[in-house]
Design a protein around this ligand. Sequence first.
Ligand code: XIL
Length: 375
Amino acid sequence: MQLRQFFALGALAVGLTYCAPSTPPAPAAAPEEPTLKSAFAGHFTVGAALGAPQFTGQDTAAAQLVAREYNTITPENVLKWGEVNPERGVYNWEAPDAYVQFGEDHNMFIVGHTLVWHSQLAEYVKEIKDPELLRAALKEHIDAVAGRYQGRIDGWDVVNEALNEDGTLRKSVFSDVLGEDFLTDAFKMAEEAAGPETELYYNDYNMWNADKRNGAIRIINKIRENGGRVDGVGMQGHYSLSGPSIDTIEQSIRAFADAGLKVMITELDVTVLPNPWDLVGAEVSQNFEGSPFMNPYPEGLPDSVQTALAVRYEDLFRLFLKHSDDITRVTLWGVNDGHSWLNGWPIRGRTNYPLLFDRQNGKKLAYERVMALKK
Ligand code: XIL
């Protein structure tokens, strides 16, 4: 090889070496598919209520879906009084511990549901007739449960469903024995046990109903006047295809925000099945179990109903986006259609389709329409 050629090759080699960093980069990784939590980031968190199989490793497909799509979780049952504290001094910590651990493993906003509720309540509480004893039992329960997860559970439904539809106080062991004061007691005890960083909520259904909404604002103002802290209100969103209207839901969102409350849509699902209470002349006590008329879609949802469900969800999320300055969280009540409590309530053994994911954890048309709002 001639000397000149040798130098030319050397220069080429140096040139190649020099050029190396600017060689075309490897093809970029495909952009990550948006998910509910990424699409609505900056507006509100999006979550689901989890049943035990979904955080104890029994239903890993649903758990993966939850980790992918959601950034907040609520326990469907395991923290209710009757479940976590069925007898005085007896606590079932295994499932709630696993629930909280699941939320921490996935960096989620962890909700506690619920400290004081007339339903799914331990029997021993219902038998207490003396105010001092009931207050002591309330404190013991709240100290134990909210205290155990101080700094780990981020927000508590302190009181659930304390109101009648007309806004008056619901009859329960708590209101019977302690009167309206049990509300202030519960919020003060929760603050003490859960600590100043934990958000405290009042949660109820049919909060779109003006009477009930006004009742909620009244009791929250009273709790506050008495020195209790209430940070937010949970509007359980157990809706149907046709009601309540977007307008009435909006009026309540505005009213709660005006009262200085964070607003959360806490138990969102949309039933597609007939409601026994809508049937003129139907006896609520009538047994509709096994009635094909009340269970019209056991083999699958007709396209027309699937579309109606998608439109309904789109309308709801459009409203939530419009008020995202006031709405901090939207939580669906369940992960997929197969898991939803609405297959068993108010009539057992039906096939309902109320959520954004189908029985195989697949995305429904409703999911696509909700996501399209952010495209
Ligand atoms: C439901 C659960 O989803 C069911 O598994 C259970 O059998 C009954 O309770 N309002 C609430 C929730 O605040 O706790 C309820 O959850 C649904 C209505």
